[in-house]
Design a protein around this ligand. Structure first.
Ligand SMILES: Nc1ncnc2c1ncn2[C@@H]1O[C@H](COP(=O)(O)OP(=O)(O)OP(=O)(O)O)[C@@H](O)[C@H]1O
Ligand SMILES: O=c1ccn([C@@H]2O[C@H](COP(=O)(O)O)[C@@H](O)[C@H]2O)c(=O)[nH]1
Length: 246
């Protein structure tokens, strides 16, 4: 018999938003409507007093692996991917400010005059003052993803929960976009996700969460109010936890 894992109370969260989701119905780039809608969802939880750290992916602009297939060197492609995440963070920061929130972007790659350099203690202090902090440029290193960067930052800033906002509403037995018979999990362990190779998030990110006992929720941020429901501990998306649930 498995019992549902206890939901953490969310005073501080790390939210990872897919870059691809920012395209809306487009095939590339950033949709201003999506930015404003996402900012509205984030405002709901900030207004509840939740401290928010944010990582935005870069898949709407560049991914290193795709650029390599097109003939670029992998490291060059990854650098371009990380710079893409800075552009997304700048656009998201402005949307958050338009929504009436205070927000600032930090970057793992120094970019003086554009964004602050990543600094853990400064980030925590900003969040304690109610500012949304966007962590851009991933980990600053090639061969990683923003899922791993989000997990890493979540652990560093001592978030209560890492949330992966994506275009599907949780973790399935197979990719639900290509397999309509895939079944959604309400809850599962990181070990199950890793051993079943459920590719909603990369293995490095899943292993980091597991090893540092960081709970993770995968949910669909296109569903209105879903972020707030996750933060309130309501049934939404898939909840992943470390260890044996029996
Ligand atoms: N077992 C699974 N359960 C759920 N989704 C899965 C699974 N396997 C693959 N996927 C796919 O993983 C995708 C989630 O990745 P998402 O687009 O959020 O990715 P990302 O690569 O982290 O973001 P970005 O767009 O920023 O690069 C879903 O859209 C879904 O199609
Ligand atoms: O730590 C990191 C994070 C990201 N990258 C590169 O950026 C792109 C975009 O990130 P997504 O997670 O795919 O949205 C990624 O494909 C990598 O090429 C990186 O090198 N290091």
């Amino acid at each position: 018999m498995t019992r549902p894992a206890q939901r953490p109370s969310c005073n501080r969260i790390l939210l990872k938003m897919s870059g691809e989701a920012l395209m809306g119905n487009g095939e590339f780039g950033i949709s201003p409507e999506v930015l404003d809608r996402m900012a509205g969802e984030i405002r709901q939880v900030v207004n509840l007093g939740v401290q928010v750290g944010l990582v935005v992916g870069g898949g709407n602009l560049f991914r290193g692996a795709a650029l390599q297939k097109a003939g670029l060197g992998r490291v060059t492609g990854d650098h371009m991917g990380m710079l893409a995440t800075v552009m997304n963070a700048l656009a998201m920061r402005d949307a958050l400010e338009r929504a009436g929130l205070r927000a600032l972007a930090m970057s793992a790659i120094p970019m003086s005059g554009v964004v602050e350099r990543y600094d853990r203690m400064r980030a925590i202090r900003h969040m304690e003052k109610g500012r949304v902090v966007l962590f851009s440029a991933g980990t600053g290193n090639p061969f990683f993803t923003t899922d791993t960067a989000a997990t890493l930052r979540g652990i560093e800033i001592e978030a209560d929960l890492v949330l992966k906002a994506t275009k599907v509403d949780g973790v399935y037995s197979d990719d639900p976009v290509t397999n309509p018979d895939a079944i959604r999990y309400d809850e599962l362990s990181f070990d199950e996700a890793i051993s079943k190779e459920l590719r909603v998030m990369d293995l490095t990110a899943l292993a980091l969460c597991r090893d540092h006992n960081m709970p993770l929720c995968v949910f669909n941020m296109n569903k209105q109010g879903a972020l707030q429901r996750v933060v309130a501990g309501e049934a939404e998306g898939t909840f992943l936890v470390s260890g044996d649930r029996s």
